[in-house]
Design a protein around this ligand. Structure first.
Ligand code: MTE
Length: 313
């Protein structure tokens, strides 16, 4: 599926939620992946069963998709308010097109790019990922996106680029929540280069087959499924390649509670609560055991070999 400009997309091309739910049933039963692929439908693959993988073993009723309704009305996007319902109510002021992205730092091709130019020719994929928030709730979301590496390679980072930093739009007209100093603005996040180049790390431009709702981070945001949700910075306007480790917003705001790595780890508690179990939205109880690296340990564990994950939280 190639990216199209929003105004090119006919409503008939938007995948209804029921189709995703049916695809999910196929995958859940472990059958017909080939048949789905043969029919020309993109296969949601990130939760696919793999021999010995946590993701595969944990598949079951707890990995049913979270409904579009819940994914788009229970949000964290402090630029539009701090209550979970605020972003859906307030994010209509965000204008996701036209959208400029500044690329700078340790890179051979810096510049101010138009997002649609960047996305031209990029192949979009459907990917179902678990999202685990540091507040101990979680969702299972069918994203539309593409690996970070697709864009990063085009910018040609230099040999000095060890980290990549992302920045959200700062514009109090479009993001009225920035009038209050609840966080240092603009929102900043970062990844080590090898994390950013991992194929599971994606830029998402949509979910449930449609463009990202503003409250979910339109027009594009980061999704790093083995990390806590706060790494998933929304509405990105700047991508900067650096030699030194970026200081991410939550780390600046509460350094004893939030680190740079933020890998999902049931054994390392948040100072104020346990991280061993999660509440799968819309459930009311925290009764789903949290998996190491959110269930993606087989795919990403090697990135952290030899590191003390209690110190590097
Ligand atoms: N990005 C920006 N710019 N501002 C934010 O407040 N919140 C983060 C992350 N990205 C946030 C952000 C947090 S804490 C989480 S859990 C996820 O977005 C929530 O993503 P969702 O609302 O799409 O579920």
């Amino acid at each position: 599926m190639l990216i199209k400009r929003p105004d090119d997309i006919k409503s008939s091309e938007i995948t209804p939620e029921s189709v995703y739910l049916n695809r999910r049933k196929f995958i859940g039963k472990g059958v017909a992946i080939g048949a789905v692929a043969a029919a020309g439908v993109a296969v949601p693959w990130a939760l696919r069963s793999q021999p010995g993988s946590d993701a595969g073993e944990s598949m079951g009723s707890q990995d049913e998709l979270t409904s579009f309704e819940h994914v788009s009305t229970y949000n964290n996007f402090y630029e539009f308010g701090t209550r979970k319902s605020d972003p859906a109510e307030n994010a209509h002021t965000l204008r996701p097109r036209p959208w400029a992205v500044r690329v700078d730092g340790e890179v051979a091709k810096p510049g101010d790019y138009d997002l649609d130019d960047l996305l031209h020719g990029v192949t979009m994929e459907d990917r179902i990922y678990r999202m685990r928030c540091v507040e101990a709730w979680s969702m299972v979301i069918p994203w539309v996106g593409f690996p970070l590496s697709t864009l990063i390679n085009r910018f040609e980072p230099t040999s000095k680029a060890r980290y990549v930093e992302f920045e959200t739009l700062y514009d109090v007209e479009q993001m009225p929540g920035q009038r209050r100093a609840v966080l240092p603005w603009p929102y900043v996040e970062g990844l080590r280069m090898d994390e950013a180049m991992h194929p599971l790390a994606i830029f998402a431009t949509g979910l449930y087959g449609r463009d990202l709702p503003n409250q979910n981070g339109a027009p594009f945001r980061l999704v790093v499924p083995w990390k806590y949700g706060f790494k998933g910075i929304k509405s990105i306007v700047r991508i900067r390649f650096t030699e030194t480790q970026p200081r991410n917003t939550w780390q600046v705001s509460a350094p004893n509670e939030y680190g740079f790595y933020a890998n999902v780890n049931p054994e390392v508690d948040h100072p104020r609560w346990s991280q061993a179990k999660e509440r799968r939205i819309p459930g009311l109880f925290r009764n789903t055991p949290t998996l190491m690296f959110n269930g993606y340990a087989d795919q990403v564990g090697h990135l952290y070999e030899g590191m003390d994950l209690r110190r590097n939280f």
